[in-house]
Design a protein around this ligand. Structure first.
Ligand code: NAD
Ligand code: DAU
Length: 327
């Protein structure tokens, strides 16, 4: 299958590209190479074009494809609080432009979305696909906007599109602004780990390999107009993840600093995954083993993350986000 993977130079997209190449698919990547897009995430032989999903000419330069999997997005909640415009442009308008291309080419379409569109979830409940969308951040509001464009394109224009809503994903090659790689690399550098608020927020953790397996399944077997939650049911508080990192790297607990909370911070995410499991998917990676292996990957791959953390772009962002919090 001739497959377009947008955002394929980012964290999850690059794992998906490698998975689909191993499956023998004919993959082309379209990526804007924002701060989060990294050529080092992909083997050199991958057919990778620079372009913006919100610009139709950039999408059309690729020629016809049989399927599109859309990973391209602005993805970091804290950055969306600092400046939301790019989130709306890419996550909403970019999704619309891709849907128009999919319609014209009669291509299968998978929108890679997030559990954050449901907003935070009360104890005792797990979000189902038909729950109402209550996004809390400019990021999740933009992803929800993208999801609604997908559903409208199915209904109005007959696009063969499905949505996946994955939970917090971890693994190698994740840009070190996200909590796990940020805390691991800060600990390895002897820098503070800035834990927001009381650190008792719950995230439902999913290994990137399991997330990609689910997206492939939905690409091949998902139904048009259907949404599929993807989560491993591994609900853990941020303090627990932080403790695991501190213990494994054997650093001083005094590095952990409770700092001013994220505005609008969702307390808990939790997904009901009955639907994707009924297609035959189940998570294979155990949380404790997967997180430990991921920590070891960052310990062993300084050449991947050090250039990012030493770059002026990262340092500017870090100071803006954390300087006052850590003062
Ligand atoms: P990432 O930030 O690591 O990568 C995003 C990629 O998209 C980068 O390569 C970037 O250059 C590219 N991109 C950004 N704007 C673009 C544009 N306008 N045109 C083309 N390319 C553009 O993201 P990630 O963590 O791998 O997330 C991938 C997708 O999965 C996103 O849609 C995200 O919302 C979703 N998701 C992520 C998680 C998670 O925990 N990381 C969980 C659930 C869903
Ligand atoms: O749930 C899926 C979502 O997971 C994806 O849609 C997003 O793209 C992805 O970024 C992730 O969002 P989160 O906001 O949950 O991830 P983040 O790594 O930013 O934060 C995870 C938790 O850790 C959250 O409760 C906030 C907390 N945190 C985060 C950072 C960066 C801290 O306490 N300190 C920090 O410095």
């Amino acid at each position: 299958m001739r497959l377009l993977v947008t955002g394929g130079a980012g964290f999850i997209g690059s794992h998906f590209v490698k998975r689909m190449l191993a499956a023998g698919e004919d993959v082309v990547v379209l990526d804007k190479f924002t701060y989060a897009g990294n050529p080092a995430n992909l083997p050199e032989e991958v057919d990778c074009r620079r372009g913006d999903i919100s610009i139709r000419e950039d999408v059309d330069q690729l020629g016809p494809v049989e399927a599109i999997v859309n990973f391209a997005a602005e993805t970091h909640v804290d950055r969306s609080i600092l400046g939301p415009e790019d989130f709306v442009r890419t996550d909403v308008l970019g999704t619309l432009v891709l849907l128009q291309a999919a319609e014209q080419q009669s291509a299968r379409f998978v929108q890679v979305s997030t559990d954050e569109v449901y907003g935070d979830v009360e104890p005792g409940w797990s979000s189902r696909e038909d729950d109402s969308l209550r996004p809390s951040s400019p990021y999740s509001a933009s992803k929800a906007g993208g999801d609604l464009q997908v559903l409208a394109a199915v209904r109005t224009f007959g696009v063969n599109a499905s949505i996946t809503r994955g939970s917090n994903t971890y693994g190698p090659n994740q840009y070190p602004e996200k909590v796990l790689p940020l805390f691991v690399t800060n600990a390895l550098d002897g820098h503070p780990l800035p834990l927001y608020g009381d650190g008792r927020q719950v995230r439902d953790w999913l290994h990137v390999d399991d997330h990609c397996a689910a997206i492939e399944l939905v690409l091949r077997q998902g139904e048009a107009g259907e949404t599929y939650n993807v989560g491993a049911g591994e609900e853990h508080e941020n303090v627990e993840l932080t403790r695991l990192i501190v213990e494994q790297l054997d650093v001083d607990t005094a590095l952990v600093r409770h700092v001013e909370d994220r505005a609008g911070h969702d307390r808990r995410y939790s997904l009901d995954t009955t639907k994707i499991r009924s297609l035959g998917w189940h998570p294979r990676r155990d949380w404790d083993e997967g997180v430990r292996a991921t920590i070891e990957w960052y310990r062993g791959n300084r050449d991947w993350w050090e250039p990012i953390k030493r770059s002026s772009g990262f340092r500017e962002y870090y100071d803006r986000q954390y300087e006052a919090r850590l003062a």
